[in-house]
Design a protein around this ligand. Structure first.
Ligand SMILES: *[C@@H]1O[C@H](CO)[C@@H](O)[C@H](O)[C@H]1NC(C)=O
Ligand SMILES: *[C@@H]1O[C@H](CO)[C@@H](O)[C@H](O)[C@H]1NC(C)=O
Ligand SMILES: *[C@@H]1O[C@H](CO)[C@@H](O)[C@H](O)[C@H]1NC(C)=O
Ligand SMILES: *[C@@H]1O[C@H](CO)[C@@H](O)[C@H](O)[C@H]1NC(C)=O
Ligand SMILES: *[C@@H]1O[C@H](CO)[C@@H](O)[C@H](O)[C@H]1NC(C)=O
Length: 326
């Protein structure tokens, strides 16, 4: 059964569905106390089924692209479902964002949370081995949403790279202003450059003083779809600061923390005409994504941090979104 579940603390509200473990709304006040829903999405569940934007989705088994839809682990070759030309993207045709998850636990109270789980079977979309997957969305403080993801391979080593794919517009999902006017800071001084099919070349390129450089806060101003190599330091809780996004019109600020090595910065460059919630029609740059994750196509790049998880190991991915106003 597919349902919609709300996590509420004061006037902060997060709605999640077990269809694709998707975030469907996040409501936060602006600097004057007016509430807006600041993630893009659809009315009801139906439009999520054939959606190609991945609005709010929990993407897996491997988010981002795998070149040639193939990889080899310890001499065993695997072929995936190609759904991006010759390449595979976001777990294939029917990845984790296109299946029904089980609601394991939904707890209200001071720090409400919901835990969703999924059993991904051996050979699903071509990936090796059975895999148990868990995601917990939790309001862990005022205006603070954490996402905690775990995956355990049961019988074969497998690549795992989960990503939360929400599109944010801090001035409201139906804002007439695009995210090109948002001011963003990304704590990274390198990217993984890509070829014409958006597959990494393997290089880890410095970006200081280029148009990719957001070490100091700057307006977005143009389109991006690239993985940043984070260089912020891991703190005592195992987390690093990933990005700070500010919108001068609403005064809203979003801070993102994670334990991951990379973040895909995507500016929603192809949203023109997508019919969203409450009669909203989205345009290009209507929302931006900050998908913390490992590096794209790592399973085919020995020089990138390894994404293969072995039987007995646990994949763990944490994110914390902190909302405030200035
Ligand atoms: C999704 O697309 C299929 C094939 O085009 C169509 O049959 C189905 O009605 C669509 N589902 C929804 C919910 O729009
Ligand atoms: C590959 O095989 C070797 C030898 O059996 C083993 O030590 C290693 O853990 C295996 N690697 C993976 C990813 O399973
Ligand atoms: C959280 O919000 C409540 C209600 O507005 C307030 O009483 C409390 O002081 C806040 N807690 C913190 C740590 O800011
Ligand atoms: C970047 O630009 C600043 C200011 O122009 C300059 O001081 C600095 O040396 C430059 N850094 C690099 C790596 O080019
Ligand atoms: C969404 O924005 C459009 C254009 O500004 C406006 O016509 C429409 O009423 C808005 N919808 C809602 C639900 O606010």
């Amino acid at each position: 059964m597919v349902g919609i579940y709300e996590l509420k603390k004061g006037d902060f509200s997060v709605k999640v569905t077990n269809w694709g473990a998707t975030i469907i709304s996040v409501i936060v006040p602006d600097a004057r106390g007016n509430l807006d829903d600041i993630v893009l999405g659809y009315d009801g569940i139906g439009p999520y089924i054939n959606d190609t934007t991945y609005f709010g989705a929990l993407v897996g088994r491997v988010a981002n692209r795998i070149s040639g839809s193939r990889f080899t682990i310890n001499g065993t070759a695997y072929r995936l479902y190609p759904n991006d030309g010759r390449n595979s993207i976001h777990g294939g045709h029917r990845g984790f964002s296109k299946v029904i998850w089980t609601v394991k636990e939904k707890v209200d109270g001071e720090y409400p949370y919901i835990t969703l789980c999924l059993h991904s079977f051996d050979g699903e979309q071509g990936f090796p081995g059975d895999l148990d997957v868990f995601v917990t969305y939790r309001v862990e403080a005022n205006y603070t949403l954490s996402v905690s993801m775990q995956a355990m391979p049961l019988n074969k080593p497998t690549p795992v790279n989960l990503a939360q794919h929400s599109y944010w517009n801090l001035n409201g999902h139906n804002s007439t202003t695009t995210i090109l006017s948002h001011i963003i800071q990304i704590f990274a001084s390198h990217i993984t450059p890509v070829d014409e099919t958006l597959i990494p070349t393997g290089e880890i390129a410095p970006i200081t003083n280029t148009s990719f450089d957001f070490l100091q806060p700057k307006p977005v101003t143009r389109g991006y779809d690239i993985n940043y190599v984070l260089d912020s330091v891991i703190d005592a809780k195992g987390m690093r600061k990933v990005s700070v996004v500010e919108d001068d019109i609403s005064g809203r600020v979003m801070e993102l923390w994670s334990n991951q090595a990379g973040v895909q910065f995507y500016t929603g460059s192809f949203l023109e005409g997508v019919k969203g919630k409450n009669g909203a029609v989205y345009g290009n740059y209507g929302g931006l994504c900050l998908e913390t994750q490992g590096f794209p196509d790592a399973v085919n790049h020995a020089e990138f941090p390894d994404q293969v998880v072995r039987v007995g190991e646990v994949y763990e991915h944490y994110m914390v979104y902190k909302f405030s106003v200035k």
